[in-house]
Design a protein around this ligand. Structure first.
Ligand code: ZN
Length: 475
């Protein structure tokens, strides 16, 4: 009986979560004071997702105006750049005006890091934390966050769970980068458990137990751990899930209680997604979030693609000439965080590529629609004569050959490649020969190709596994 009273009639769109109520309250349902703001923010997102694209853009424009004004007054780098760009001479009339601002590249961010720190914050906002990006595309950058970023992170976390149909009352197994020290790592390679999913589970919503394991564990032992836990939901990175999927395929085993998988942290190519879904027999929900801007896009509950969290981030998808891409086209992603006032990102170039959706989504949400995020651009190999050559052909070629759970291609010298392989049961010496010929075909001059087999591939500090590493670049 009390369960049915935890949601008011107005709250029609969010019966998904069951609130934890303060002692002495059954109805009307409001959470404890410390959690009320998160709940209010989530409920507002419940409303704004149905706004039209025009209404959403108007909201974004109003927030961007405030942000630009703040940057001009309190962020030294932007005081200079905005005045040089002539943006301050007149008010921003539209988002097109805003799009006249110069891009902020990762290099510029690193070079001017001190100047990108706001000297003052709006009342009620305070700096509370900092985080580093994983550094997949170069040197990691530090990003400062305020209490406001934390609030929105939690609100979008709830939206993402609801859209993905992940009911937090179930059992969660998360295999991700967890340990921050070697001592922690030894412990977390064995797995840990908690009665709740996190802070929100403890104070805001009812939920079940959560289990965690560091992703640097051997996937074979990960799978044994998963089978002991029998989770309803599994969260991990695509490259790791793909490995686990291969192990399941080989053994013909199943995780019977599993309902959905959440993929995080790396891009999810279509073929990888299909392999994971087939092997596990459940849908894969891919969350796109970044250290720079928090929640960026989540899978539509009804349609095929991802919806941008437009209340959190203003996104642009641009072609090679910096013009906005048309529906269905692929371009590079440029973002503006609408909430970060302490380390503002105005027109920041993410090193990811996005394919835009075709028209509007059948679900009726006004939020921008993407087909998928392509992930990091393929790095360029070095040719002996100094030219650069895309690694895409080799990458796709090796993937097609198969015979392995995982692979990684390293260019150590101009004429020396190492291909690391985690073989599956179908692997034969002929696979190694095929890999050599793929690389020989791509390069006109002779190159040496060593194919090494490994039990599993070590992940770097950031946890993301790079398929192609051009070691020459670091010299
Ligand atoms: Zn939709």
């Amino acid at each position: 009986m009390s369960q049915s009273l935890t949601h008011t009639k107005r709250d029609t769109a969010s019966p998904f979560f069951q609130l934890r109520l303060p002692v002495g309250t059954v109805w009307p349902a409001v959470p404890i004071p410390e959690m009320s703001q998160v709940w209010a923010a989530y409920q507002e997102l419940d409303r704004t997702q149905w706004l039209s694209p025009e209404e959403l853009e108007l909201g974004q424009l109003q927030q961007v105006r405030l942000l630009v004004q703040h940057c001009a007054e309190h962020v030294p780098y932007y005081c200079r750049v905005l005045s040089e760009a002539g943006v301050l001479s007149r008010p921003l009339e539209s988002l097109s005006d805003f799009r006249q601002l110069p891009f902020l590249t990762r290099e510029l961010y690193q070079r001017h890091a001190a100047e990108l720190h706001a000297t003052q914050l709006p009342a009620g906002m305070k700096e509370v934390s900092s985080d580093y990006t994983s550094g997949t595309s170069g040197v990691p950058i530090m990003v400062r966050k305020t209490n406001r970023d934390g609030l929105w992170w939690n609100a979008f976390y709830l939206r993402d769970l609801e859209w993905s149909g992940i009911d937090p009352r179930g059992r969660l197994a998360a295999i991700r980068l967890l340990a921050k020290s070697p001592e922690q790592l030894q412990r977390l390679l064995l797995g840990s458990s908690s009665k709740v999913w996190g802070q929100l589970g403890q104070y805001l919503i009812e939920n079940g137990p959560a289990f965690g394991m560091d992703i640097r564990q051997d996937p074979r032992l990960q799978l044994e751990w998963i089978e002991r836990i029998q989770p309803n939901y599994l969260l991990s990175m695509p490259s790791n899930l793909d490995f686990l999927a291969g192990l399941l395929r080989e053994s013909g085993r199943r995780i019977p209680e599993l309902k959905a998988i959440q993929a995080i942290g790396e891009s999810l190519p279509l073929d990888v997604r299909q392999r994971i879904e087939t092997a596990f027999g459940v849908p894969v929900k891919n969350l796109y979030s970044t250290t720079e801007a928090g929640y960026m896009a989540s899978p539509c509950p009804l349609g095929d693609g991802l919806h941008v969290h437009a209340e959190n981030v203003l996104t642009e998808v641009l072609d090679a000439n910096d013009r906005p891409c048309q529906p269905g086209q692929t371009g590079r992603l440029v973002i503006t965080s609408l909430t970060n006032f302490v380390n503002p990102f105005l027109r920041y170039e993410m090193l990811d590529e996005v394919t835009l959706g075709l028209g509007s989504c059948p679900c009726g949400r006004g939020l921008p629609l993407w087909q998928h995020v392509e992930g990091r651009r393929h790095p360029l190999f070095f040719l002996p004569d100094g030219r650069r050559h895309s690694s895409m052909g080799v990458n796709i070629g090796v993937r097609k050959i198969g015979g392995c759970h995982q692979f990684q291609i390293l260019q150590r010298e101009v004429d020396h490649f190492i291909v690391r392989i985690v073989p599956d049961k179908t692997w034969t010496p002929d696979h190694a020969e095929q890999i050599r010929s793929v690389i020989h075909r791509e390069f006109e001059s002779p190159v040496r190709v060593d194919v090494e087999t490994h039990n599993f591939l070590e992940r770097p500090a950031g946890g993301k596994l790079k398929l192609v590493v051009v070691e020459l670049e670091k010299r």
